[in-house]
Ligand binder design. Structure first.
Ligand code: AMP
Ligand code: ZN
Length: 133
């Protein structure tokens, strides 16, 4: 997609700190890292959200994320993939963040607003979703 910044990076029209490239996957350092070693793994196939990407285009993404986590020597790290503005997605080309968490301050800060569990509601909801799987 011509206007997409990550498609431009894949094509080499915009420079990047490229860590890995194969037929279907591209990986590079994030230019505004949350911690040293913060990198992005992207399918070369353009799509804004995860559901827009065919499964076969995603097959290599996690293995490459693993390679990056190893290469940057991260002991603690998060893998993050945002979909949609409310979910903090800014760049509309699917990307997986590999974010080292070297200490309390650096890396990803996470709010985890766990809700009270109503087991009856959860059972009903489970049935509803299971039927669509
Ligand atoms: P997200 O909020 O999940 O859409 O994250 C987009 C990420 O892309 C951010 O962490 C940005 O720092 C990163 N980013 C944007 N432009 C570039 C670029 N030209 N090179 C490297 N990383 C970038
Ligand atoms: Zn793109």
């Amino acid at each position: 997609m011509a206007a997409c910044i990550f498609c431009k990076i894949i094509k080499g029209d915009i420079p990047s700190f490229k860590l890995f490239e194969s037929e279907r996957v591209f990986a590079f350092l994030d230019i505004q890292p949350l911690a040293q070693g913060h990198a992005l793994v992207i399918p070369k196939y353009h799509g804004a959200k995860l559901l827009d990407i065919p499964d076969e285009q995603l097959a290599e993404v996690m293995p490459v994320a693993k390679r990056i986590a190893k290469a940057v020597g991260a002991e603690n790290y998060n893998i993050l993939q945002n979909n949609g503005r409310l979910a903090h997605q800014i760049v509309d080309h699917v990307h997986f963040h590999v974010i080292p968490k070297p200490n309390e301050k650096d890396g990803l800060g996470i709010g985890w607003p766990a809700q009270e569990t109503d087991m009856e509601k959860l059972k009903e909801y489970f049935k509803e979703v299971k039927a669509k799987m």
